[in-house]
Ligand binder design. Structure first.
Ligand code: F6R
Length: 612
């Protein structure tokens, strides 16, 4: 959601690294941004509403020379996007705080601090932190100790970075439920909510744990855990490089990421193969013994990752012969679910930092400390992977566009690999069948490449949607989650209202919406449900609805004046969802570009939803 970056440098050049960091974090939140640095024992703060570019313009008007600074890009939770509400929040011209997360007891703390004479200038929950730190700092003049005392009074989630004008070589940070990493430089130190913000400076990171408070100085850092004990957290070398986060020759990150898909899918499959066969240890050293014991699967995720889970049910139940439930994390955590022994809990998340998904994992662990937990995640050092017994890493590479694309296709691949492993261990898939499926799986990057070749055709289709306000996506069986995902892509980046439906549900309500102004997109490979889908599409044509059908080369669907058919590569029914989603992504992209929308940073959204 919001992004944090901070630097303790050896020379007076904190500002450029803070701006570079903010630019790379902007995809996480982009309604306002701000920077505070310490210059000659003075706290200087600059904030601007809008994109980081607005802040850069403001900063370019002056010269800033400070060794220590913190910066923030905001995604509003408490209070509208405004300069007052932008971070850093300052107390008494002395303490500056940037914060990701939500302070749940901010109202009580605000009343308490007001009674102590503090004046508030924003509507944010964050401002209580700056005054609280100032309150303790004024008592004992030690920033590290003041922050430790202040965080004890906070409930909710936070990653914070704090500076004080009288502590000119120091940033104090704390983490509870929101990610924070310390970047290790040569004779200088950095901090960020996401390692990618610091890749221009270092690839060595310390990942803080929940409850940690750290005192960061140029020459090193001291970390205390939630009990207050000093702890050593081992540095980790990140595999990410600055190139992983560059846009290449593309117009948008989303466009680049759609084109990354053949490679991302290939890497994900290859990461699980050993000597030409899929290796169950790709899911973790204990995968075999866990998979042997399970009698049901419960998938939990949000958004696009949830759609991947929904699709997986159509593989897991018939092929691995296991009951499989799929839930949205924000619902699962509050519906008092029954916990059963023998359930494999599968958490799917691109970022591995989604607050609701992590809350579900904590809930499952609390209920049953021996629960079998598998996370499918794209970020090796994320909170989710560090909390899970079994982990499968998708090899999508860094995903920056807010609309998830390559993470989704690699999640689908991982879930199909999981199905094969469950089927192998449970003996519901013969080795002959496994070999056949593996062989087909290896052709997937090529098939996705062919689907990407439809780009110019899909761009040509976009003008037909540019002035539409509503659109229906239909699919049956495993193509239903693909219809949901296609609709999500269109709505989130073009702001056209789009709904995904099971085609068989049409006449139970949504058919009432269909007339000559309602475009209907159908995901229609030549699978076992193709005939049924065809009948549903006839119901649409009978009401004059305009059909846009994504179909197999040998489709039986008849074309008429109100029907546009987009032919996809021939692909096996099992793999079809992974290929058919690609043109839906490209199509949504072109419609959004044509409508002049900011494709990579859609309004009101942010990458990585670290608050509830
Ligand atoms: C949509 C999208 C979101 C995410 C959701 C979960 O394009 O990206 O719906 O899928 O916020 O995020 P992760 O997968 O990081 O848990």
């Amino acid at each position: 959601m919001c992004g944090i970056v901070g630097a303790v440098r050896k020379d007076t050049s904190a500002m450029p690294i803070l701006l570079t960091g903010l630019r790379s974090l902007e995809y996480r939140g982009y309604d306002s941004s701000g920077i505070a640095i310490i210059e000659d024992k003075k706290l200087i703060c600059v904030k601007k509403v809008g994109k980081v570019a607005e802040l850069e313009k403001e900063i370019a008007k002056d010269v800033y020379s400070g060794k220590v600074g913190i910066a923030h890009t905001r995604w509003a939770t408490h209070g509208i996007p405004s300069e007052k509400n932008a971070h850093p929040h300052i107390s008494t011209e002395d303490v500056a705080v940037v914060h990701n997360g939500i302070i749940e007891n901010h109202e009580q703390l605000r009343a308490l601090l007001e009674s102590r004479g503090y004046k508030f200038s924003s509507e944010t929950d964050t401002e209580v932190i700056s005054h609280l730190v100032h309150y303790y700092l004024s008592q004992e003049n030690d920033l590290f100790s003041a922050v430790k005392k202040a965080v004890r009074e906070l409930s909710g989630s936070y990653a914070i970075a704090v500076i004080s004008k009288n502590a000119a070589n120091q940033i104090v940070v704390a983490r509870q439920g929101s990610p924070l990493v310390i970047g290790l430089g040569y004779d200088e130190m950095f901090v960020a909510s996401d390692a990618s913000a610091l890749l221009s400076e270092t690839n060595q990171f310390i990942y803080l744990e929940d409850g940690d408070v750290a005192d960061i100085m140029r020459e090193g850092c001291v970390i205390c855990d939630k009990t207050g004990k000093s702890v050593h957290r081992a540095p980790v070398k990140s595999e990410l490089t600055a190139e992983d986060t560059s846009i290449g020759g593309f117009h948008h990150f989303m466009q680049k990421e759609m084109y990354d898909q053949p490679e991302a899918v290939k890497k994900t499959i290859e990461s699980a193969m050993k000597n030409g066969v899929i290796d169950e240890r790709a899911f973790g050293a204990k995968a075999h013994s866990v998979f042997r014991k399970i009698s049901s699967v419960q998938i939990i995720a949000c958004g696009t990752s949830y759609h991947a889970g929904l699709a997986a049910r159509y593989w897991i139940e018939p092929l691995a012969d296991l009951p499989c439930n799929v839930d949205v994390a924000s619902e699962y955590r509050y519906r008092n679910p029954r916990f059963r022994k023998g359930t494999l809990y599968v958490f799917i998340s691109q970022s591995g930092e989604t607050a609701d998904t992590i809350a579900c994992l904590n809930m499952v662990k609390k209920e049953n400390p021996d629960a079998h937990i598998l996370s499918i995640c794209n970020v090796a050092e994320s909170s989710l992977t560090r909390m899970s017994g079994l982990v499968f890493l998708t090899r999508a590479g860094k995903e920056i566009g807010v609309a998830s694309t390559k993470a989704f296709t690699t999640q689908l691949v991982s879930l199909l690999l999981l199905t094969l492993m469950l089927g192998r261990i449970r003996k519901t898939i013969s080795s002959k069948k496994e070999k056949e499926i593996t062989k087909k799986l290896l052709t997937l990057p090529e098939k996705i490449e062919e689907a990407l070749n439809l780009d110019s055709k899909l761009r040509a289709l976009a003008p037909k949607f540019v002035s539409k306000e509503h659109c229906l996506y239909l699919g049956r069986g495993i193509e239903y989650p693909i219809a949901l995902e296609g609709a999500l892509k269109l709505k989130e980046i073009s702001y056209i209202h789009a709904e995904g439906y099971q085609a068989g549900e049409l006449k139970h309500g949504p058919l009432a919406l269909v007339d000559e102004n309602m475009p209907v997109i159908a995901v229609a490979p030549n699978d076992s449900l193709a005939g049924k889908l065809q009948s549903n599409l006839k119901e649409v044509r009978a009401r004059n609805g305009k059909l846009f059908i994504f179909a197999s080369p040998d489709t039986k669907i008849e074309k008429d004046d109100g029907t546009e058919i987009i032919l996809l590569p021939e692909v096996d029914e099992l793999l079809a969802p992974i290929v058919y989603v690609v043109p839906l992504q490209i199509f949504a992209y072109h419609v959004a570009v044509l409508r002049g929308k900011d494709v990579d940073k859609p309004r009101n959204l942010a990458k990585s939803v670290t608050v509830e």
